[in-house]
Write a protein that binds this ligand. Structure first.
Ligand code: GTP
Ligand code: MG
Length: 412
């Protein structure tokens, strides 16, 4: 079994991967001979999943064949680049688009042209004969458009043929599908032909609040309780990121909440006065395929009336404490109570572990009465000589990253 260690940690020389956090963790990549359908509702779109999967594989030296009928190869490659997913020699495109528009497209080593995309036999034979040339992965964008052009019977028999070649050639396939309200029987038939279905949907209430993906089924991984749905954001550049809309950072005055938020995120802002936070901090974290919005509370008691509001809708908490100040520990617990976040996943950050007099982890655990299951992670100033009493301090990446990965794991 492959252990998921963040996107950069995925071992190479193996079967194709999604290159998408959580999806690779749940499904352990895409084994060869398997066909995955990524089925989106029209309001969200799934093309970025395609870009990201292609990119992850071509940079891992998997040869990827991409069938395009939704857009031209040129604009597809431009879109990929805008997400910071540049193409390379491992990517070959079958162009079933230019022939529709009448734009002349020249065949190259990396672009195979279907001269008449309305010719069902030409389309099928071009896909199947090219796939026999030794690809690790086929990506089709889009299968639903092919059903619109021809019909569902055609699409079903094409999937069967792809399956046959994938078996012979050890290839996998990812088929992008948008469900424009087709007849349910037709869609169910396709679902029954493939090995895994991933749904991509929006959380809608007149406007779209968010987007999520969820594995509907998968015949190579057992999930007794099913697979959890995963909120995501599509970033340009960056692609699909698992998204946590609100994580609270709280703890006593001067413990280092603002320092943690500034160290963990790339764009933090703090509403501060004389170095102390007086309203809130906010920062966006972008870490190993995850994106999270951190909201920091002030520590001073006079701002306690804000705590409940700041804690609202949070899904997890970083509780930051100063390792040298055990007298503040009861206050830390009180803040957890006042933010009304008790019961959510909490990671305790024992900051200022670099200072003289900092308590050891076990001492902190005992004094805070921490349950043994609760994570406690030490953080330190990166450079003691640069600590300024009026500014947040840059903390060492090591502790900050450990804290992020531990909480993110608990949240998904
Ligand atoms: N030596 C050392 N100093 C630190 C560390 N983290 C933060 N500081 C310093 O501690 C002070 C408080 O840090 P902040 O991050 O502003 O603390 P805070 O919890 O946001 O404080 P309030 O918003 O007022 O509640 C600042 O002077 C920081 O430079 C650390 O790990 N080691
Ligand atoms: Mg602060």
């Amino acid at each position: 079994m492959v252990e998921y260690r963040g996107l950069d940690g995925i071992p190479e020389d193996v079967d194709p991967y999604f290159g998408i956090a959580k999806l690779d963790e749940q499904l352990k990549g895409i084994p060869s001979k398997k066909i995955v359908l990524i089925s989106a509702s029209p309001s969200v779109g799934n093309e970025v999943f395609g870009y990201q999967i292609i990119h992850k594989n071509i940079i891992s030296n998997v040869k990827v064949l991409v069938f395009l009928n939704r857009t031209s190869p040129q604009s597809y490659l431009t879109e990929m680049k805008e997400y910071d997913f540049p193409s390379n020699d491992n990517m070959v495109i079958i162009d079933a688009y230019s022939g529709i528009t009448g734009i002349k497209s020249d065949e190259t080593d990396h672009i195979k042209v279907i001269s008449n995309p309305y010719d069902r036999e030409e389309v099928k034979s071009k896909i199947l004969s090219e796939l026999k040339n030794g690809y690790g992965l086929l990506v089709m964008d889009s299968l639903s458009l092919l059903a619109d052009f021809f019909d569902f019977q055609y699409v079903n028999s094409l999937i069967k043929e792809i399956q046959k070649i994938s078996e012979e050639k050890d290839a996998a396939a990812v088929l992008l599908f948008t469900d424009w309200g087709y007849d349910k029987d037709n869609v169910d038939k396709i679902i029954s032909e493939v090995n895994s279905v991933i749904e991509v949907k929006g959380i809608e209430k007149r406007v779209i609040f968010g987007q999520y993906f969820a594995v509907l089924n998968c015949d190579w991984v057992k999930a007794n309780d099913g697979f959890s749905s995963v909120l995501f954001k599509s970033m340009k550049p960056g692609g699909i990121k698992v998204y946590f809309p609100k994580i609270l950072v709280t703890g006593p005055t001067d413990a280092g909440k603002s320092s943690f938020i500034h160290s963990a995120s790339h764009n933090a802002v703090s509403v501060d006065k004389l170095g102390g936070t007086i309203a809130l901090d906010h920062g966006s974290v972008d870490f190993e395929g995850y994106k999270a919005d951190l909201f920091g509370t002030p520590g001073q008691e006079r701002f306690d009336p804000l705590l409940k509001m700041l804690g609202g809708e949070a899904i997890g908490v970083f509780l930051v404490i100063d390792s040298t100040k055990p007298e503040q520990f009861p206050r830390a617990i009180e803040m957890l109570r006042k933010t009304e976040t008790y019961g959510l996943p909490v990671v305790v950050i024992a900051n200022k572990a670099d200072l003289k007099g900092a308590l050891k982890k076990e001492e902190i655990r005992a004094k805070l009465h921490l349950d043994s299951a609760m994570a406690l992670i030490q953080t330190f100033a990166e450079d003691l000589s640069k600590v300024d009493p009026n500014e947040p301090t840059k903390l060492k990446d090591e502790g900050v990253h450990e804290a992020l990965s531990v909480l993110f794991k608990q949240l998904t």
